[in-house]
Design a protein around this ligand. Structure first.
Ligand code: IPE
Ligand code: IPE
Ligand code: MG
Length: 224
């Protein structure tokens, strides 16, 4: 891995929490708990390696279809974890933002989101964006409705929730699909798929993905 061609914007579809838990004979919720904790570890690694922005897919607009107890866990556990680690929020030295719909979350979850965003908003150099109740169809339809007409690339992009194009898209746990994540932003992204389940994904795995990225020839339609 060379230090010069570090992808500026890395996006991760963090998949496989449930399968990881199953492998160890634990309930799916345990996989989500460990996956949630891993998020901040991997963000720290990305920051250290020189990535500027990391966007992670934590909950899709389609994930509401999951069993009620699983959705409930995913919607309440982060609130509990926030309060348990309240004093550690001030240790976060990068900016944290959330993208996705805000109209289907509880008041308590929205409060947590607001506090984390407010307390980290002035941090520079690295941004962790958490996509929660996010879906590209929703993002693109919303942007199209807000855009001045006739829509141009620039006018649409001005209303997207994620404005920066993705350089490297990683999906953990073996699946090779986008599942409605950043359809517009990955137009020229390099894709990297790994069988490693999200809770086991670490700095070493991130370095492997970046190394693979550095071997690609990005042409953007031209010749190189
Ligand atoms: C990713 O892990 C987290 C979410 C989608 C919320 P999964 O829950 O999809 O885990 P698998 O794919 O069932 O193993
Ligand atoms: C994609 O994972 C969504 C997130 C990682 C939040 P899923 O596990 O929901 O995707 P599918 O259903 O296998 O496509
Ligand atoms: Mg999955």
């Amino acid at each position: 891995m060379n230090g010069k061609q570090i992808p500026s914007h890395v996006a991760i579809i963090l998949d496989g929490n449930g399968r990881w838990a199953k492998k160890y004979g634990r309930p799916r919720s345990y996989g989500h708990y460990m996956g949630g904790r891993n998020l901040f570890k991997v963000a720290k690694s990305a920051q250290k390696l020189g990535v500027k922005k990391l966007t992670v897919y934590a909950f899709s607009t389609e994930n509401w279809k999951r069993p009620e107890d699983e959705v409930n866990y995913l919607m309440t556990k982060p609130i509990e974890m926030f309060h348990e680690n309240r004093e550690r929020i001030s240790e976060i030295d990068y900016k944290v933002t959330f993208v996705g719909r805000r109209d289907r979350f509880s008041k308590e979850l929205l409060e947590v989101i607001d506090i984390i965003e407010a307390e980290t908003k002035d941090h520079k150099g690295f941004e962790l964006t958490i996509a929660a109740d996010y879906g590209s169809y929703d993002e693109l339809i919303t942007a199209a409705n807000l855009s001045e007409k006739p829509i141009t690339k620039a006018s649409l992009e001005a209303h997207l929730m994620v404005k920066e194009p993705v350089d490297l898209l990683i999906r953990t746990s073996g699946e090779q699909r986008l599942s409605n994540f950043l359809l517009w932003q990955v137009s020229y992204a390099e894709f990297y798929f790994t069988k490693v389940h999200w809770p086991a994904f670490n700095e070493k795995e991130l370095k492997k993905a970046i190394l693979s990225y550095q071997k690609r020839n990005r042409r953007f339609g031209g010749l190189k």
